[in-house]
Every structure is written in structure tokens, then in C-alpha cells.
Write a protein that binds this ligand. Structure first.
Ligand SMILES: [Zn+2]
Ligand SMILES: [Zn+2]
Length: 320
């Protein structure tokens, strides 16, 4: 599980009339000849605009999430769309009251999402990928009894939220998917496969991988859960829980029609989407914890963590 650096996620600010900040989520698969060069150019631009967040650059494209003042994120968007090579990029933007990241990190990598296929099996989503479905088309396809809805995210993401009836593989990392698929072909054989992820980028490659594995009816949710939640027609219908995001917000709402909570307090099992990091520093695991259990148990994910923390602090009578 990724480590969190915040104690509490800020409240949703989706209804703020004039958001001073924006959080952007975006990607584009397009050829970048020299990723290192591109990184340097991008760093200069983002620093000038005082943007924060994470950007990955590879020969296959760019994958980013940034926060900044709206006037600055606007200039960033315009700059990206003005470059002929990246003019096709689309941005998902959420209003915010402040930065969603503490700093800026821009890195060159081999892939912009790491499926980790050997190079002879690697694929270009511009050539091989699943059929794109709009939110409405995806909703309609989910009603098909022959459809299998397949979550292309990690297990700790689907614990917070997922589409109703989706298969959520128990994988902690995207690069475990190829092996998982090869071990679970029977679940997918002869079915209409519908894949989804947060913003669409993982499905581009994942659905292409499924096509290359011989599945002939593979579709993906274009723009991911984030776009599905914002679509004026479907409004997130039949998405259970919330969407995990990799910034300080941790979770964003999706379903505005029939919302529910599927996450549970790790201690007592009551529905709760309240994230905490285990206060025993060597553990630091992210877990769900209801207010009552935090009050009685402390901010620990399990008894052994609480006991070990008590041992450390007992000589000078610390603890809470
Ligand atoms: Zn509880
Ligand atoms: Zn712990």
C-alpha cells in the first residue's frame, strides 16, 4: 500500500463557486524521442507555474497529475494543447481549495504505467487496445448478462470503491495483472470483457494486453471512473463506494445517483471510508478506522502494532 503523508483528507470542495485551485489528471500515449529532454523542459514549465504533483515521461507518452492555482493550471493545459505532438491530450480537472501535493516530481521511465511486459510483448495502445466505451455505453454494456466487469486497479483501490458486480483481482501492483489474467482465463473466456480504471490510462494498455492474449471482445471505459462520475447522463450510477486517488485527497465521490459505502472499519467492521495510517511508524499501513475504534484503540492497524508502539514508548511513559 502507498504511504500517506496526511492525517486527514480535506473535505470535498466540489461545490465551491470559484475554485482558486485545480487538480489535473491526464495522460497521452504519443512518441517522445528523448524523455530526459522532455522532463527538463517540463520541469522548467511546471516550476515557473508553481505546479505540484507527479509526472511520468517515457518514450510512449506522458502520465501526470498536478495541482496549482487555476490560472496556472489553465496555462499548463493551453501549453500542452498548443504543442502539435500533444494537442490531442484531454484533462480531467477537479476544483480544490489548495494544492493536493506537497512537491513536484517529474521522472523519465521506461513506461508511463508499468505493466512490465517483456519488450517483445509490449504494446502501443495507439495500435492495439480495447474498444472505447463512453460512460453511457459502458453503463448499457454492464447490463449485458454476458458481460464481465473487470477492475484494472490494485486491490487497495477497489476496497474503497468499485462497479457493482465487478471482478477485483487481488493484486497489489499493476504489473501483477498479466500473470493474474493467465491464471484466471476461465473467468473471461467467451465473455464480453469490460475494463475500467481511475482515469483510463491503465486500461489502454491492459485492454490491449487482453486483445493480444486472444480475447476478442474487449472494451474499456474511456476516461475512467472519474469521467463516469462526472458524466451528466450516468452520474456515476452503480459505482459502489468512492474512487481512490493518488494525491492528498485520497478519495473522491463518484456516484450521485445510488451511492453507498463498501469500505469497512478494520477493527469493528462498520461501514467507514475513513483512512488512517498506522501510528506504529515501522508499519505505517493505510487502513479504514471508524471514530469509535480510533478513540478506544488508538490509531493502530492491529494489536501487535499497538503493543510494539507501547513497548517503545513505555520507558519514559509516553503514548496517548
Ligand atoms: Zn470501528
Ligand atoms: Zn500497523
Amino acid at each position: 500500500m502507498p504511504e500517506l503523508t496526511t492525517e486527514d483528507a480535506p473535505a470535498s470542495t466540489g461545490t465551491s463557486p470559484c475554485p482558486p485551485f485545480e487538480v489535473l489528471l491526464y495522460y497521452l500515449y504519443f512518441p517522445i524521442e528523448d524523455p530526459e529532454d522532455y522532463v527538463e523542459e517540463h520541469r522548467a514549465l511546471c516550476e515557473k507555474l508553481e505546479l505540484r504533483g507527479r509526472i511520468l515521461v517515457a518514450r510512449e507518452g506522458i502520465n501526470g497529475t498536478l495541482s496549482g492555482r487555476t490560472e496556472d493550471t489553465q496555462r499548463y493545459r493551453e501549453w500542452m494543447q498548443a504543442q502539435p505532438a500533444s494537442s490531442a491530450i484531454t484533462f480531467k480537472a477537479d476544483p480544490a481549495d489548495g494544492h493536493a501535493f506537497r512537491k513536484l516530481a517529474i521522472k523519465a521511465r521506461r513506461e508511463i504505467v508499468t505493466l512490465g511486459l517483456p519488450s517483445e510483448e509490449d504494446l502501443d495502445p495507439n495500435e492495439t487496445t480495447g474498444r472505447y466505451l463512453s460512460p453511457q455505453e459502458f453503463y448499457d454494456a454492464m447490463q449485458d448478462p454476458d458481460a464481465v466487469i473487470l477492475d484494472a486497479r490494485n486491490d487497495y483501490e477497489s476496497e474503497l470503491g468499485k462497479f457493482r458486480n465487478a471482478i477485483c483481482p487481488e493484486v497489489a501492483n499493476f504489473r501483477e495483472f498479466p500473470q493474474w489474467i493467465r491464471q484466471h482465463r476461465d473467468l473471461l473466456e467467451g465473455k464480453r470483457i469490460l475494463t475500467y480504471c481511475t482515469g483510463g490510462i491503465r486500461c489502454e494498455k491492459f485492454s490491449g494486453f487482453l486483445v493480444n492474449e486472444g480475447f476478442d471482445n474487449v472494451s474499456q471505459l474511456e476516461g475512467g471512473i472519474v469521467t463516469y462520475g462526472r458524466d451528466p447522463a450516468v452520474q456515476g450510477k452503480d459505482f459502489e463506494g468512492s474512487c481512490y486517488v493518488f494525491d492528498e485527497r485520497i478519495s473522491v465521490p463518484v456516484n450521485h445517483v445510488n451511492p453507498s459505502v463498501i469500505a469497512h472499519c478494520q477493527h469493528c467492521g462498520t461501514p467507514s471510508e475513513r483512512y488512517r495510517n498506522c501510528a506504529y511508524a515501522p508499519c505505517n499501513a493505510q487502513f479504514f478506522c471508524c471514530p469509535a475504534c480510533e478513540e478506544s484503540f488508538g490509531k493502530f492497524c492491529r494489536t501487535s502494532c499497538r503493543d510494539q508502539a507501547a513497548e517503545i514508548s513505555s520507558p519514559d511513559g509516553g503514548g496517548q
